[in-house]
Design a protein around this ligand. Structure first.
Ligand SMILES: Cc1ncc(COP(=O)(O)O)c(C=O)c1O
Length: 362
Protein backbone atom coordinates (compact mmCIF):
# COMPACT_ATOMS: atom_id res chain seq x y z
CA UNK A 1 0.00 0.00 0.00
CA UNK A 2 1.18 3.55 -0.73
CA UNK A 3 2.75 5.60 2.00
CA UNK A 4 0.37 7.87 3.91
CA UNK A 5 -2.62 5.63 3.24
CA UNK A 6 -4.28 3.97 6.23
CA UNK A 7 -5.98 0.62 6.62
CA UNK A 8 -9.60 1.75 6.65
CA UNK A 9 -12.03 -0.70 8.27
CA UNK A 10 -15.10 1.41 7.47
CA UNK A 11 -18.37 -0.46 6.88
CA UNK A 12 -19.11 1.70 3.86
CA UNK A 13 -18.19 3.73 1.99
CA UNK A 14 -15.01 1.75 2.36
CA UNK A 15 -11.63 1.02 0.83
CA UNK A 16 -11.31 0.65 -2.92
CA UNK A 17 -8.50 -1.44 -4.42
CA UNK A 18 -5.43 0.76 -4.79
CA UNK A 19 -4.80 -0.27 -8.43
CA UNK A 20 -8.32 1.00 -9.19
CA UNK A 21 -7.66 4.37 -7.57
CA UNK A 22 -4.36 4.69 -9.41
CA UNK A 23 -5.94 3.85 -12.76
CA UNK A 24 -8.76 6.35 -12.13
CA UNK A 25 -6.14 8.94 -11.21
CA UNK A 26 -4.24 8.27 -14.39
CA UNK A 27 -7.38 8.59 -16.49
CA UNK A 28 -8.88 11.46 -14.52
CA UNK A 29 -8.01 14.42 -16.72
CA UNK A 30 -8.19 12.73 -20.09
CA UNK A 31 -10.15 9.52 -20.37
CA UNK A 32 -9.01 7.41 -23.29
CA UNK A 33 -8.07 10.37 -25.49
CA UNK A 34 -11.43 12.10 -25.03
CA UNK A 35 -9.77 15.17 -23.50
CA UNK A 36 -12.10 15.06 -20.52
CA UNK A 37 -12.78 13.20 -17.31
CA UNK A 38 -15.51 10.55 -17.17
CA UNK A 39 -17.12 12.89 -14.60
CA UNK A 40 -17.52 15.56 -17.27
CA UNK A 41 -18.74 13.31 -20.06
CA UNK A 42 -22.27 13.13 -21.48
CA UNK A 43 -23.90 9.84 -20.59
CA UNK A 44 -25.22 9.82 -24.19
CA UNK A 45 -21.72 9.97 -25.69
CA UNK A 46 -20.25 7.00 -27.56
CA UNK A 47 -17.33 6.85 -25.14
CA UNK A 48 -19.63 6.61 -22.13
CA UNK A 49 -21.86 4.09 -23.86
CA UNK A 50 -18.82 1.84 -24.22
CA UNK A 51 -18.10 2.23 -20.49
CA UNK A 52 -21.60 1.28 -19.33
CA UNK A 53 -21.90 -1.62 -21.83
CA UNK A 54 -18.54 -3.01 -20.76
CA UNK A 55 -19.51 -2.64 -17.08
CA UNK A 56 -22.68 -4.59 -17.72
CA UNK A 57 -20.93 -7.37 -19.59
CA UNK A 58 -18.21 -7.63 -16.93
CA UNK A 59 -20.86 -7.79 -14.17
CA UNK A 60 -22.54 -10.62 -16.08
CA UNK A 61 -19.25 -12.43 -16.55
CA UNK A 62 -17.87 -12.03 -13.02
CA UNK A 63 -21.14 -12.92 -11.27
CA UNK A 64 -22.07 -15.53 -13.89
CA UNK A 65 -25.49 -13.97 -14.48
CA UNK A 66 -27.71 -15.87 -16.95
CA UNK A 67 -29.26 -14.09 -19.94
CA UNK A 68 -32.76 -14.16 -18.44
CA UNK A 69 -31.66 -11.71 -15.74
CA UNK A 70 -31.47 -7.96 -16.28
CA UNK A 71 -28.75 -5.86 -14.70
CA UNK A 72 -29.75 -2.35 -13.67
CA UNK A 73 -27.49 0.49 -12.58
CA UNK A 74 -29.64 2.75 -10.42
CA UNK A 75 -29.44 5.52 -7.86
CA UNK A 76 -31.08 5.97 -4.44
CA UNK A 77 -29.02 3.43 -2.51
CA UNK A 78 -30.15 0.07 -1.22
CA UNK A 79 -32.70 2.02 0.83
CA UNK A 80 -34.64 3.02 -2.29
CA UNK A 81 -34.85 -0.67 -3.19
CA UNK A 82 -36.61 -1.24 0.14
CA UNK A 83 -39.53 0.53 -1.62
CA UNK A 84 -38.84 -0.39 -5.27
CA UNK A 85 -38.91 -4.13 -4.56
CA UNK A 86 -42.44 -4.20 -3.09
CA UNK A 87 -43.76 -1.70 -5.65
CA UNK A 88 -42.47 -3.81 -8.58
CA UNK A 89 -42.87 -7.31 -7.19
CA UNK A 90 -45.75 -7.30 -4.71
CA UNK A 91 -48.33 -7.17 -7.44
CA UNK A 92 -50.12 -10.53 -7.56
CA UNK A 93 -51.31 -11.29 -4.04
CA UNK A 94 -49.93 -8.10 -2.50
CA UNK A 95 -48.26 -10.23 0.15
CA UNK A 96 -44.61 -10.84 0.98
CA UNK A 97 -42.53 -12.60 3.63
CA UNK A 98 -39.66 -10.78 5.33
CA UNK A 99 -36.98 -12.43 7.46
CA UNK A 100 -35.56 -9.95 9.93
CA UNK A 101 -31.91 -10.51 10.80
CA UNK A 102 -30.77 -6.95 11.46
CA UNK A 103 -31.49 -3.27 11.20
CA UNK A 104 -31.46 -3.13 7.40
CA UNK A 105 -33.85 -6.03 6.90
CA UNK A 106 -36.10 -4.43 9.51
CA UNK A 107 -36.02 -1.16 7.58
CA UNK A 108 -36.81 -3.06 4.38
CA UNK A 109 -39.78 -4.67 6.16
CA UNK A 110 -41.03 -1.34 7.52
CA UNK A 111 -40.87 0.20 4.04
CA UNK A 112 -42.61 -2.77 2.38
CA UNK A 113 -45.49 -2.53 4.85
CA UNK A 114 -46.49 0.71 3.13
CA UNK A 115 -47.36 -1.30 0.02
CA UNK A 116 -49.00 -4.54 1.12
CA UNK A 117 -49.52 -7.29 3.62
CA UNK A 118 -46.15 -8.29 5.10
CA UNK A 119 -45.55 -11.38 7.18
CA UNK A 120 -42.47 -11.56 9.40
CA UNK A 121 -41.43 -15.11 8.57
CA UNK A 122 -38.74 -15.08 11.28
CA UNK A 123 -36.82 -12.55 13.37
CA UNK A 124 -33.77 -12.79 15.59
CA UNK A 125 -34.24 -9.30 17.05
CA UNK A 126 -34.81 -10.65 20.58
CA UNK A 127 -31.35 -12.28 20.38
CA UNK A 128 -29.66 -9.07 19.35
CA UNK A 129 -29.46 -10.40 15.79
CA UNK A 130 -26.59 -12.66 16.83
CA UNK A 131 -27.65 -15.51 14.58
CA UNK A 132 -29.49 -16.44 11.37
CA UNK A 133 -32.69 -18.49 11.72
CA UNK A 134 -32.69 -22.10 10.55
CA UNK A 135 -34.88 -23.20 7.65
CA UNK A 136 -37.18 -25.00 10.13
CA UNK A 137 -37.86 -21.69 11.91
CA UNK A 138 -39.12 -19.90 8.78
CA UNK A 139 -42.85 -19.37 8.78
CA UNK A 140 -43.24 -18.92 5.03
CA UNK A 141 -46.53 -18.16 3.24
CA UNK A 142 -47.15 -20.19 0.06
CA UNK A 143 -49.02 -17.26 -1.52
CA UNK A 144 -46.36 -14.61 -0.90
CA UNK A 145 -45.25 -12.67 -3.98
CA UNK A 146 -41.64 -12.99 -2.74
CA UNK A 147 -39.48 -13.66 0.31
CA UNK A 148 -36.95 -11.00 1.35
CA UNK A 149 -33.66 -11.60 3.16
CA UNK A 150 -30.52 -9.59 3.87
CA UNK A 151 -27.70 -12.00 3.06
CA UNK A 152 -24.95 -10.30 5.10
CA UNK A 153 -25.84 -8.17 8.09
CA UNK A 154 -23.29 -5.38 8.09
CA UNK A 155 -23.96 -4.09 11.60
CA UNK A 156 -24.07 -7.42 13.45
CA UNK A 157 -21.48 -9.36 11.45
CA UNK A 158 -23.74 -12.25 10.49
CA UNK A 159 -24.24 -13.96 7.15
CA UNK A 160 -26.67 -16.57 5.88
CA UNK A 161 -24.66 -19.79 5.54
CA UNK A 162 -27.41 -21.35 3.43
CA UNK A 163 -29.88 -20.12 0.85
CA UNK A 164 -33.39 -20.54 2.28
CA UNK A 165 -35.71 -22.83 0.36
CA UNK A 166 -38.73 -20.76 -0.63
CA UNK A 167 -40.21 -23.27 -3.07
CA UNK A 168 -41.81 -21.54 -6.04
CA UNK A 169 -41.82 -18.15 -4.32
CA UNK A 170 -39.03 -15.86 -5.63
CA UNK A 171 -36.26 -15.04 -3.17
CA UNK A 172 -35.11 -11.41 -2.98
CA UNK A 173 -31.77 -10.64 -1.33
CA UNK A 174 -30.10 -7.46 -0.17
CA UNK A 175 -26.43 -8.27 -0.85
CA UNK A 176 -25.06 -4.78 -0.20
CA UNK A 177 -22.27 -5.93 2.10
CA UNK A 178 -21.29 -9.26 0.55
CA UNK A 179 -21.76 -8.99 -3.21
CA UNK A 180 -18.54 -9.95 -5.07
CA UNK A 181 -17.10 -11.57 -1.93
CA UNK A 182 -17.85 -15.08 -3.21
CA UNK A 183 -19.54 -16.86 -6.10
CA UNK A 184 -23.34 -16.83 -5.97
CA UNK A 185 -25.80 -19.03 -7.81
CA UNK A 186 -27.87 -16.18 -9.23
CA UNK A 187 -30.55 -18.63 -10.38
CA UNK A 188 -31.43 -19.23 -6.72
CA UNK A 189 -32.76 -15.67 -6.54
CA UNK A 190 -35.57 -13.75 -8.22
CA UNK A 191 -33.84 -10.46 -7.46
CA UNK A 192 -30.56 -9.33 -5.93
CA UNK A 193 -29.80 -5.73 -5.01
CA UNK A 194 -26.80 -4.01 -3.51
CA UNK A 195 -25.57 -0.52 -2.74
CA UNK A 196 -22.14 -0.18 -4.35
CA UNK A 197 -20.22 1.53 -1.57
CA UNK A 198 -18.69 -1.57 0.03
CA UNK A 199 -17.39 -4.04 -2.54
CA UNK A 200 -18.18 -2.40 -5.86
CA UNK A 201 -17.67 1.34 -6.24
CA UNK A 202 -18.08 4.69 -4.53
CA UNK A 203 -21.51 5.58 -3.11
CA UNK A 204 -24.19 6.64 -5.58
CA UNK A 205 -24.66 3.43 -7.55
CA UNK A 206 -27.09 0.64 -6.72
CA UNK A 207 -26.97 -2.58 -8.71
CA UNK A 208 -30.15 -4.62 -9.25
CA UNK A 209 -30.09 -8.07 -10.84
CA UNK A 210 -33.62 -9.19 -11.61
CA UNK A 211 -35.18 -12.17 -13.38
CA UNK A 212 -36.96 -11.05 -16.53
CA UNK A 213 -40.33 -12.57 -15.68
CA UNK A 214 -40.54 -10.50 -12.49
CA UNK A 215 -40.36 -7.26 -14.45
CA UNK A 216 -43.31 -5.45 -15.95
CA UNK A 217 -46.14 -5.51 -13.46
CA UNK A 218 -45.43 -2.32 -11.51
CA UNK A 219 -48.58 -0.19 -11.08
CA UNK A 220 -48.99 3.09 -12.99
CA UNK A 221 -48.36 4.95 -9.73
CA UNK A 222 -44.78 3.60 -9.60
CA UNK A 223 -42.28 6.46 -10.00
CA UNK A 224 -40.76 6.12 -13.47
CA UNK A 225 -37.14 5.84 -12.28
CA UNK A 226 -38.17 3.06 -9.88
CA UNK A 227 -39.91 1.00 -12.55
CA UNK A 228 -37.61 -1.92 -13.40
CA UNK A 229 -39.23 -2.36 -16.81
CA UNK A 230 -38.64 1.22 -17.88
CA UNK A 231 -35.11 1.33 -16.48
CA UNK A 232 -34.30 -1.97 -18.15
CA UNK A 233 -35.75 -0.94 -21.53
CA UNK A 234 -33.56 2.16 -21.42
CA UNK A 235 -30.39 0.28 -20.45
CA UNK A 236 -30.37 2.13 -17.08
CA UNK A 237 -30.28 5.40 -19.02
CA UNK A 238 -33.86 6.63 -18.82
CA UNK A 239 -32.27 9.52 -16.98
CA UNK A 240 -28.67 10.34 -16.06
CA UNK A 241 -27.09 7.34 -14.35
CA UNK A 242 -24.36 7.71 -11.68
CA UNK A 243 -21.75 7.88 -14.43
CA UNK A 244 -18.52 8.10 -12.45
CA UNK A 245 -19.51 5.39 -9.94
CA UNK A 246 -20.34 3.05 -12.84
CA UNK A 247 -16.93 3.74 -14.37
CA UNK A 248 -15.19 2.94 -11.08
CA UNK A 249 -17.29 -0.22 -10.84
CA UNK A 250 -15.88 -1.22 -14.23
CA UNK A 251 -12.34 -0.73 -12.94
CA UNK A 252 -13.18 -2.76 -9.82
CA UNK A 253 -14.56 -5.60 -11.96
CA UNK A 254 -11.39 -5.55 -14.07
CA UNK A 255 -9.41 -5.77 -10.82
CA UNK A 256 -11.55 -8.75 -9.68
CA UNK A 257 -10.78 -10.51 -12.97
CA UNK A 258 -7.07 -9.73 -12.58
CA UNK A 259 -7.05 -11.37 -9.12
CA UNK A 260 -8.55 -14.53 -10.63
CA UNK A 261 -12.29 -13.96 -10.13
CA UNK A 262 -14.64 -14.50 -7.23
CA UNK A 263 -13.30 -17.89 -6.13
CA UNK A 264 -9.81 -16.51 -5.77
CA UNK A 265 -11.12 -13.46 -3.91
CA UNK A 266 -13.21 -15.66 -1.65
CA UNK A 267 -10.13 -17.67 -0.65
CA UNK A 268 -8.38 -14.44 0.32
CA UNK A 269 -11.48 -13.18 2.16
CA UNK A 270 -11.76 -16.44 4.13
CA UNK A 271 -8.12 -16.20 5.09
CA UNK A 272 -8.54 -12.62 6.33
CA UNK A 273 -11.64 -13.49 8.37
CA UNK A 274 -9.97 -16.60 9.83
CA UNK A 275 -6.99 -14.53 11.00
CA UNK A 276 -9.34 -12.34 13.04
CA UNK A 277 -11.77 -14.96 14.31
CA UNK A 278 -8.99 -17.37 15.30
CA UNK A 279 -7.31 -14.65 17.30
CA UNK A 280 -10.59 -13.54 18.95
CA UNK A 281 -11.54 -17.11 19.85
CA UNK A 282 -8.27 -17.60 21.72
CA UNK A 283 -8.18 -14.13 23.22
CA UNK A 284 -8.39 -13.37 26.96
CA UNK A 285 -9.78 -9.91 26.20
CA UNK A 286 -11.78 -9.84 22.98
CA UNK A 287 -15.05 -11.68 22.28
CA UNK A 288 -17.36 -12.04 19.30
CA UNK A 289 -21.07 -12.55 20.05
CA UNK A 290 -22.10 -14.25 16.79
CA UNK A 291 -23.26 -17.86 16.48
CA UNK A 292 -20.19 -19.41 14.85
CA UNK A 293 -21.74 -20.90 11.69
CA UNK A 294 -23.37 -17.53 10.98
CA UNK A 295 -20.23 -15.42 11.15
CA UNK A 296 -19.70 -12.91 8.36
CA UNK A 297 -16.40 -12.86 6.52
CA UNK A 298 -16.96 -9.20 5.58
CA UNK A 299 -17.83 -7.58 8.92
CA UNK A 300 -16.18 -8.88 12.07
CA UNK A 301 -17.51 -7.53 15.37
CA UNK A 302 -15.67 -7.77 18.68
CA UNK A 303 -15.61 -6.24 22.14
CA UNK A 304 -13.49 -6.09 25.26
CA UNK A 305 -15.08 -6.34 28.69
CA UNK A 306 -15.48 -2.57 29.13
CA UNK A 307 -16.70 0.37 27.09
CA UNK A 308 -13.72 2.44 28.26
CA UNK A 309 -11.28 -0.15 26.93
CA UNK A 310 -13.23 -0.33 23.65
CA UNK A 311 -12.90 3.44 23.26
CA UNK A 312 -9.19 3.28 24.09
CA UNK A 313 -8.71 0.49 21.55
CA UNK A 314 -10.38 2.47 18.77
CA UNK A 315 -8.29 5.55 19.61
CA UNK A 316 -4.95 3.75 19.81
CA UNK A 317 -5.67 1.68 16.70
CA UNK A 318 -6.32 4.89 14.74
CA UNK A 319 -3.01 6.32 15.96
CA UNK A 320 -1.44 3.19 14.43
CA UNK A 321 -3.01 3.68 11.01
CA UNK A 322 -5.92 1.26 11.62
CA UNK A 323 -8.98 3.47 11.30
CA UNK A 324 -12.79 3.38 11.53
CA UNK A 325 -12.93 0.42 13.88
CA UNK A 326 -15.72 1.72 16.12
CA UNK A 327 -18.74 -0.58 16.13
CA UNK A 328 -22.13 0.63 14.91
CA UNK A 329 -23.79 2.92 17.46
CA UNK A 330 -26.57 0.38 18.06
CA UNK A 331 -24.14 -2.42 18.97
CA UNK A 332 -21.06 -0.73 20.50
CA UNK A 333 -17.65 -2.37 20.68
CA UNK A 334 -15.62 -2.66 17.50
CA UNK A 335 -16.25 -3.75 13.94
CA UNK A 336 -13.62 -4.49 11.33
CA UNK A 337 -15.11 -4.40 7.86
CA UNK A 338 -12.73 -6.38 5.72
CA UNK A 339 -14.20 -6.13 2.25
CA UNK A 340 -12.41 -7.26 -0.91
CA UNK A 341 -10.15 -4.21 -1.08
CA UNK A 342 -8.73 -4.65 2.45
CA UNK A 343 -5.29 -6.18 1.94
CA UNK A 344 -4.33 -9.29 3.98
CA UNK A 345 -1.54 -7.17 5.51
CA UNK A 346 -4.16 -4.77 6.91
CA UNK A 347 -5.80 -7.63 8.81
CA UNK A 348 -2.41 -8.97 9.94
CA UNK A 349 -1.53 -5.52 11.29
CA UNK A 350 -4.88 -5.35 13.09
CA UNK A 351 -4.36 -8.76 14.73
CA UNK A 352 -0.85 -7.73 15.73
CA UNK A 353 -2.22 -4.57 17.30
CA UNK A 354 -4.98 -6.52 19.11
CA UNK A 355 -2.31 -8.84 20.52
CA UNK A 356 -0.29 -5.92 21.87
CA UNK A 357 -3.39 -4.24 23.28
CA UNK A 358 -4.39 -7.47 25.00
CA UNK A 359 -0.94 -7.89 26.55
CA UNK A 360 -1.19 -4.39 28.00
CA UNK A 361 -4.81 -4.40 29.08
CA UNK A 362 -6.09 -7.93 29.77
C1 LIG B 1 -26.93 -4.66 4.14
C2 LIG B 1 -27.27 -3.22 3.89
N1 LIG B 1 -28.45 -2.91 3.33
C3 LIG B 1 -28.79 -1.64 3.11
C4 LIG B 1 -27.98 -0.59 3.44
C5 LIG B 1 -28.41 0.80 3.15
O1 LIG B 1 -27.77 1.21 2.03
P1 LIG B 1 -27.84 2.68 1.41
O2 LIG B 1 -27.18 3.57 2.41
O3 LIG B 1 -27.11 2.53 0.13
O4 LIG B 1 -29.27 3.02 1.23
C6 LIG B 1 -26.72 -0.86 3.99
C7 LIG B 1 -25.81 0.25 4.32
O5 LIG B 1 -24.81 0.14 4.97
C8 LIG B 1 -26.37 -2.21 4.24
O6 LIG B 1 -25.20 -2.50 4.81
Amino acid sequence: MSENRVYNFSAGPSMLPEPVLLKAQKELLNYNGSGMSVMEMSHRSKTYDEIICETESLTRKVLNIPDNYKILFLQGGASLQFAAVPINLMTKNRKADYIITGQFSKKAYQEARKYGDINVAASTESENYSRIPAQSELNLSPDADYVHICLNNTIYGTKWSYVPDTGAVPLVADMSSCILSEEVDVTGYGLIYAGAQKNMAPAGLTVVIVREDLIGSAPDSCPTVMDYKIMSEHGSMYNTPPTFAIYIFKLVLEWVVSIGGLNALNRINRRKAALLYDFIDKSRLFTNPVNKPDRSIMNVTFKTNSEELDALFVKQAAANGLVTLKGHRSVGGMRASIYNAMPVEGVMKLVEFMREFEAENA
